[in-house]
Design a binder for this molecule. Structure first.
Ligand SMILES: [Zn+2]
Length: 476
């Protein structure tokens, strides 16, 4: 037998353990996992020596903002950053056009239009890409279009409780019911709009321009209130509820009342696991992200709930903006968000594995396996023969300093700039093709394909038990 590539001498990371073994790649698939030292009956055209390194499944990032009104990255630039960061698939947002203060559109449009727009925009992506459909119109035509979404390979929708694209609970209730009938995942940005608006208006009226005033404008209880309301509604209809970017102890405790159900799952992001609200004094408006960064006790609660399984996914919420745009005007003028596709894996590795004793299988679960299964990507997320050869070689010992000058994103800053971490991506393979090597992009734009996603199965029995991983010590 001859295969294209053999990754030789590394430690392979599975959702519940690790093994010293070689990974064989043939074409775009994983052809086998074999013993490293055995006299091999397999010839490989290319042997990559990965001794001393970890072989991780490619990161599946289910929460990125690319090529749309709120971000300046194109698919090409965002996917270049992703490739260097070990991200091999991402799921972006296809916004339904709406008319409003924050909108780029003059008039509302149909739900499917956004999906079609992104299928074209993604043609220069280095990595595989999909979209969630963002519902912004509260009308019957939008509800009626849900069925066509699944046929277009889009098996999740995104709803907001806040901003001028936010929906009423009445319409959400109908959307959750319809999504439940079709098996669609409903991802929800949950903050109580009236509290956040009133607080922000008051801060502006009192000219509290220092961004240290920002966290209390969008407080943790506003997040927890909306989580509780929408998760409760979703449960009523048996809809698959996915809580995006959970930031606080209050919100995760609200979620934990529902996550014993097989229909409730939730995500947090690298920045909520790494930074606290202290960064507003240190970095000014650059880390103005919604919801805001919280306190050290919130960060500890997020780690506890990652260990227990209340939170099961880490996604970046990558948004690209320039430093100049972030620093223009007051913090309430926006734009919100920060870029992190290039740094998410090394940042989470540093914070979870190096500092808090979480395991490599934890990384494989929270950043690859669970997001892939949560969003209907059956050939992604796990190192297993027959699956797509989306693989990351990760040197756990290289010490390096994050430098925004290396950004492939159009964003010219990093909220992690100057941070020293141990552990670095050395190779990224997307469906068998090497796309990044030692910090250089080596693939061609356009290698990425649109992800036609199936309706996912959220049966709890499909999940690796977080407690089955004896290496996970949990928070310290
Ligand atoms: Zn987002």
């Amino acid at each position: 037998m001859t295969v294209d590539t053999r990754l030789a001498g590394g430690t392979v990371v599975f959702p519940t353990g690790t093994a010293d073994a070689d990974v064989l790649i043939d074409g775009d698939r994983i052809a086998g996992i074999v013993e490293s030292d055995a006299e091999s009956s397999v010839d490989a055209t290319r042997v990559v020596d990965v001794s001393g390194k970890m072989i991780l499944p490619g990161v599946v990032d289910p929460h990125v903002h690319v090529a749309d009104y709120n971000t300046i990255d194109t698919y090409e630039t965002a996917s270049a950053a992703a490739a260097l960061g070990g991200v091999t698939s991402f799921i972006n947002f296809a916004w339904q056009a709406w008319a409003g203060e924050d909108s780029d559109w003059d008039q509302p449009g149909p739900l499917l239009e956004g999906v079609e727009r992104h299928k074209k925009l993604g043609q220069k992506s280095h990595i595989d890409y999909g979209v969630h459909a963002v519902v912004t119109q509260q009308d019957e035509a939008t509800l009626a279009a849900f069925g066509a979404l699944a046929e277009a390979g889009v098996t999740s929708i995104k709803l907001f409780t806040t901003y001028d694209c936010g929906l009423s609970y009445g319409f959400m209730n109908d959307a959750l019911e319809r999504a439940s009938e079709l098996g669609l995942v409903v991802a929800v940005h949950t903050e109580d709009d009236s509290i956040c608006n009133r607080n922000t208006e008051q801060a502006a009226a009192e000219s509290r321009t220092d961004p240290t005033a920002y966290p209390q404008a969008r407080p943790d209880y506003a997040e927890a209130l909306a989580v509780d309301a929408v998760a409760r509604m979703a449960l009523e209809h048996g809809a698959k509820y996915y809580g995006v970017h959970t930031t606080s102890k209050a919100a995760v405790e609200a979620l934990s009342r529902y996550t014993d159900e097989s229909t409730v799952r939730a995500e947090t992001c690298p920045h909520y696991l790494t930074l606290t609200e202290d960064v507003y004094a240190e970095q000014g408006q650059l880390p103005v992200i919604a919801p805001p960064l919280r306190e050290a006790s919130d960060r500890s609660a997020l780690f506890s709930h990652l260990a227990s399984g209340t939170l099961s996914v880490i996604g970046t919420d990558h948004v690209a903006n320039t430093r100049a745009a972030k620093e223009r005007g007051a913090w309430w003028d926006g734009p919100y968000g920060a870029n992190s596709l290039q740094t998410s894996l090394p940042i989470v590795h540093e914070e979870a594995v190096n500092k808090r004793g979480f395991s490599y299988p934890f990384l494989a679960r929270a950043m690859s396996d669970v997001p892939a299964r949560t969003f209907g990507l059956e050939s992604k997320g796990r190192i297993e023969p027959g699956r797509d050869a989306d693989l990351v070689v990760f040197d756990p010992n290289e010490r390096w300093t994050i430098d925004a000058a290396d950004n492939k994103s159009k964003a010219d800053f990093s909220i992690y700039d100057g941070r020293e971490v141990t552990g670095r991506v050395t190779h990224t393979f997307v469906r068998g093709s090497l796309v990044a090597e030692h910090g250089d992009l080596v693939g061609e734009p356009g290698h990425g394909s649109f992800l036609n996603r199936s309706v996912p199965n959220w049966d709890k029995e499909m999940d690796p038990d977080p407690k089955s991983d004896t290496n996970t010590e949990g928070p310290v």
